[in-house]
Design a protein around this ligand. Sequence first.
Ligand code: ATP
Ligand code: MG
Length: 371
Amino acid sequence: MKRIGILFGQENTFPQAFIDRVNHKAREMNQDIVAEAVLIDKVIQGETLKYHVIIDRISQDVPFYRAFLKNAASSGTAVINNPFWWSADEKFFNNALMTKIGIPVPKTVILPSNQLPTDTTHNSFRNLSFPLDWEGIFEYIGFPAYFKPHAGGGWKSVYKVSNVEEFFKAYNETEQLVMMLQEEIQFDEYYRCYCLDRQDVWVMPYEPRNPHHLRYLKDTTVAPEKNKMLTDVVLKINRALGYDFNTVELALRDGVPYAIDFCNPAPDADVHSVGEANFEWIVEAAANMAIRRAMAHRDGLNNLTWGDFIYSSANNEPIVEGAYDESVKKKPKNKLAAKTTRVRKTKSADSTKESDSAETPAKKTKKTKAA
Ligand SMILES: Nc1ncnc2c1ncn2[C@@H]1O[C@H](COP(=O)(O)OP(=O)(O)OP(=O)(O)O)[C@@H](O)[C@H]1O
Ligand SMILES: [Mg+2]
């Protein structure tokens, strides 16, 4: 029997729908696979869990869960998303990585927190120049600009600032947050895109300037060529980062897709916010991914996903899209185009090769050397 667990917080619609969908599919497929809510009564170091796969929707808010998941991963649980990568990652690094792989991102700088971090003094910052080169920073970024935390989400502490005075007023409110100052992309169109398993993409037209309940533009269609262009960008981003479950926000300015927010490893999947059609897609795609990963699970080995950045770094190679799991090679271009149009529910055509994606960088290296 393969067991799939989901770990979640306050959300009420996605977890049960996911569990029901996996169990329904497993019955239809006649597979000995069961999904359930993870239940923890103690966590012992190095102990193997009964879960072959865990979907993590909450460890960003519960450090105890993050440690639990790393422990689970050490004994072979396929944790989605990789808890090591999620711990290492933040939005500024992601932007930096995008500049290396040719994905357009707004000009961005990171700034030291306005207030000293707890237990530090001015002596802790003798490597910083006071004042910073504010003139150079403002000249590079320009105004208006976005000023937002380098970690976290939920639109918290996100400011739009129009001039130097507004910037410093906002900066003085940010206490110990580490903030990024970012060029504003004055966009014509905006999309929020689910990306699962570095292969399934669902493009959702989104208007962030609308009130919350009207942001997902449920009646707007996306032309197939545009859908493909956005899909390719989203796949490239997630293959580089190694996220199995993520959303990418893209702002189109003069037809160029700028990646605005692409570090959302527990993205909104509530039916009341994303709407029925988007909810149906994410439930179906997540269930398919979890089943693929459960079937590909290898006992006692590392079953996490890494990404092209980690893979290429560990192997001392230049970063190449799809290098980690050869996902680009696996998909002939026409197949990829066909499966990303909005009429499709989800894919399964590539799932037979899924076992490849669970390989660790180290294992791949050995194979490459042997070949
Ligand atoms: N550089 C930018 N140019 C234009 N708009 C931006 C920019 N950065 C942020 N925004 C706007 O601010 C919103 C919130 O920013 P962002 O998505 O980066 O923060 P967040 O806290 O991760 O939000 P959420 O978790 O709700 O997605 C975006 O949806 C977008 O509308
Ligand atoms: Mg966002």
